[in-house]
Design a protein around this ligand. Structure first.
Ligand SMILES: NC(=O)c1ccc[n+]([C@@H]2O[C@H](COP(=O)([O-])OP(=O)(O)OC[C@H]3O[C@@H](n4cnc5c(N)ncnc54)[C@H](OP(=O)(O)O)[C@@H]3O)[C@@H](O)[C@H]2O)c1
Length: 263
């Protein structure tokens, strides 16, 4: 892995020439991450399940002159993940510089009421996909030659106890630990692994009608900054973690939460 000090400042704060896979980029945080990485010069591939929304996003990016390709994939399905990585491998010449495991789903439901199906779906979408995509990306990230970077999008729910979020929070806590485990194991392969744990962010997930309004009220009351984040405020940290500027940073879980976890 190249030390950032051997590069110029302009090279350290750039993703020019890099290639990236961002899962779940058709909306929300993933959409902002795609734009941020592409804006810093990366060629980005993204995926989601809804083909129409994905195509609409691709069209908007093309209008802005951003280099983004898309394909439909349900990250909860093993065969879809294999197909996704085969597509990426073909697009980027059997190499990859950046993997962002962003696609995820929430589940606001009391633990005692969660079904087997709820449990399996959230585990497969948020956690199993994350682990398996890292496995699939490993040879491509090694082949990149410039030092690969993986960023997981977990949540502050992986640190603190929130009611009606047990299964979701388990997946996010495990992603935090996976970050440290893979960082230790893959550092010698030239791959850095970090994680961004957002608090509330303005997306479809945070406006889910199944969230208890009382919980939202209580959460807002103990949020030092008194507002939830814009997706771009998460994307900027992801971009930094992928840049040569972060070349000595690995195994870290960074909260972007307006101070929620310090109260
Ligand atoms: N918003 C928050 O307050 C918040 C807070 C902490 C952490 N997070 C985390 O941030 C990440 C992004 O969340 P968001 O708020 O941006 O959600 P969002 O607005 O609902 O967007 C989720 C994106 O992921 C895709 N996706 C969902 N399930 C998928 C699947 N099985 N396969 C492929 N793509 C899938 C969606 O497209 P399709 O539906 O078309 O598949 C969409 O592009 C998640 O991991 C979430 O847990 C969010």
């Amino acid at each position: 892995m190249v030390a950032s000090t051997v590069r110029s400042r302009a090279e350290r704060w750039s993703l020019a020439g890099a290639t990236a896979l961002v899962t779940g980029g058709s909306k929300g945080i993933g959409h902002a991450i795609v734009e941020e990485l592409a804006g810093f010069g990366a060629r980005v591939h993204t995926c989601a399940r809804n083909a129409a929304e994905l195509e609409e996003a691709r069209r908007r990016w093309a209008e802005k002159g951003l280099v983004v390709t898309v394909s439909v994939c349900d990250v909860a399905i093993r065969a879809d993940r294999e197909k996704l990585m085969a597509t990426v491998s073909e697009l980027f010449g059997n190499k990859l510089d950046v993997l962002v495991n962003n696609a995820g789903q929430s589940l606001f439901k009391p633990a005692a009421e969660c079904t087997d199906e709820d449990f399996s779906r959230v585990m497969a979408t948020n956690l199993e996909s994350c682990f398996h995509l890292c496995q699939l990306a490993h040879p491509l990230l090694q082949a990149g030659g410039n030092g690969g970077s993986i960023v997981h999008i977990s949540s502050i729910a992986g640190f603190i106890g929130l009611p009606a979020l047990a299964v979701y929070s388990m997946t996010k806590g495990a992603m935090n630990q996976l970050t440290r485990s893979l960082a230790a194991e893959w550092a010698r392969d030239g791959i850095r692994v970090n994680c961004v744990a957002p608090g509330g962010v303005k997306t479809d997930i945070s406006s889910d009608k199944t969230i208890d309004p009382e919980l939202v009220k209580k959460e807002m009351a103990r949020l030092p900054m008194g507002r939830i984040a814009e997706p771009e405020e998460v994307a900027s940290m992801v971009a930094f973690l992928c840049m040569p500027a972060a070349s000595y940073m690995t195994g870290q879980v960074i909260c972007i939460d307006g101070g929620r976890t310090i109260t």
